[in-house]
Write a protein that binds this ligand. Structure first.
Ligand code: KG4
Ligand code: ZN
Length: 358
């Protein structure tokens, strides 16, 4: 069973081919450098870049995996949540491919794809607690299988990745700056009292990171010496650490506050959901070394197996879309050509058609 995955929900154009649950090849074109100086993704630019990159990536993917489009059984495409214009480019390609071959169309929930991609490398254990930390979302899921799940908690304002990127922007690091904060933090020493761990003094599983962002802005306005003078397009972190003493410590403190906040809520969720058998951390921020270690330690402390995708599958990628497509096709869950894209903020509908399982 051959499944092609197409991911264009934000600023990464990505494709992958999975055969019987095994990854044959995957390709990614990152638009990061196109958006870096704007301090965020420019939606119009992102759509245009997806349209430009997709045909080249498809040629490379097919060549690399020695496959022919006529052999593809299903085309899985990220249908949301994401930037509508960007999603539509991927959906347009998926529908075109499906109409010109015998392949089935499968619309993929981008967030669920993030959470399940670890299954490519290690058999998942259900029921699982899924912690999704990305640029647009921060959610805790109870996953009973790859198709049965519920959201137990979510951010009420900024996503964790957004908090990282906005902090990076205040320091004058290019977008998306989360990874630079992570790298600088590794060279510093955290002060646990420097920044707040927001929204913990309650009884729920939701998050709120906007207060942390305000604390960062206030702190940096009192410590202008931590702001990089001219935004470097490709930051050299050795030079930055030497020229801005205290910046690495500040980044380590920021990392610490975020990791601690996540840990408290994830621990609370695990203590409430007594039958959980594994813990999954996923999404772009899962690439953060300190956050990964903190949540992994929590798994160990509570004796729950911990899953995290390898770094290249933490951030947006085609493998996660192709893999969830494969899982859904196995269960005979597909869409027809009327499949609609779902923008950020709207729930993904359960609108599959059931065919005989493959
Ligand atoms: O999952 P993703 O690629 O895209 C969305 O679906 O949003 O996540 C991107 C987010 C960005 O905010 C980026 O700064 C953040 O993940 N990110 C990191 C790291 N690598 C990526 N944040 C903290 N530490 C990292 N190492
Ligand atoms: Zn994502």
């Amino acid at each position: 069973m051959l499944c092609l995955g197409i991911e264009t929900s934000c600023d990464e154009t990505a494709l992958a081919l999975i055969e019987d649950g095994k990854l044959l090849s995957h390709k990614l074109f990152s638009q990061e450098s196109k958006h870096a100086v704007y301090g965020g993704v420019v939606p119009e630019l992102a759509s245009r870049e997806h349209l430009r990159a997709l045909p080249f990536l498809l040629d490379q993917l097919l060549e690399d995996s020695a496959c022919n489009l006529t052999e593809v059984d299903a085309v899985a495409v990220a249908r949301g949540p994401g930037l509508l214009g960007s999603l539509l480019v991927g959906m347009g390609m998926a529908k075109g491919l499906v109409l010109s071959t015998k392949a089935k169309l499968i619309g993929i929930d981008h967030l669920l794809a993030h959470l399940l991609v670890c299954g490519l490398e290690r058999k998942l254990i259900f029921p699982a607690l899924g912690v999704l930390v990305s640029g647009g979302h921060t959610q805790i899921y109870e996953l009973r299988s790859c198709i049965e799940y519920q959201v137990l908690g979510r951010t009420l304002d900024d996503a964790v990745g957004e908090a990282f990127d906005k902090t990076a922007k205040l320091i004058n690091l290019p977008y998306p700056g989360g990874k630079y904060i992570d790298q600088l933090a590794r060279k510093g020493q955290a002060d646990p009292k420097l920044l707040p761990c927001p929204y913990l003094d309650n009884n729920n599983l939701n998050f709120s990171f906007s207060g942390l962002k305000t604390s960062v802005a206030n702190y940096l306005s009192r410590h202008e010496d931590l702001k990089i003078k001219n935004m470097p397009i490709e930051p050299n972190l050795e030079i930055i650490t030497d020229n801005y003493p205290g910046l690495a410590d500040f980044c380590a403190s920021f990392n610490w506050s975020v990791a601690r906040t996540l840990k408290v809520k994830v621990k609370r969720a695990l203590q409430r959901q007594k039958d959980i058998k594994s813990l999954i951390l996923a999404g772009g921020v899962a690439a953060n070394s300190f956050i990964q270690q903190t949540i992994s330690d929590l798994g160990q402390e509570l004796d729950i197996p911990f899953f995290v995708p390898r770094k290249e599958y933490c951030t947006d990628n085609g493998a996660m879309v192709a893999y969830l497509g494969y899982l859904l096709l196995q269960k005979g869950l597909v869409h027809d050509i009327k499949l609609e894209a779902i923008p950020r903020g709207k729930p993904i509908p359960w609108d599959y058609s059931q065919i005989s399982p493959s």
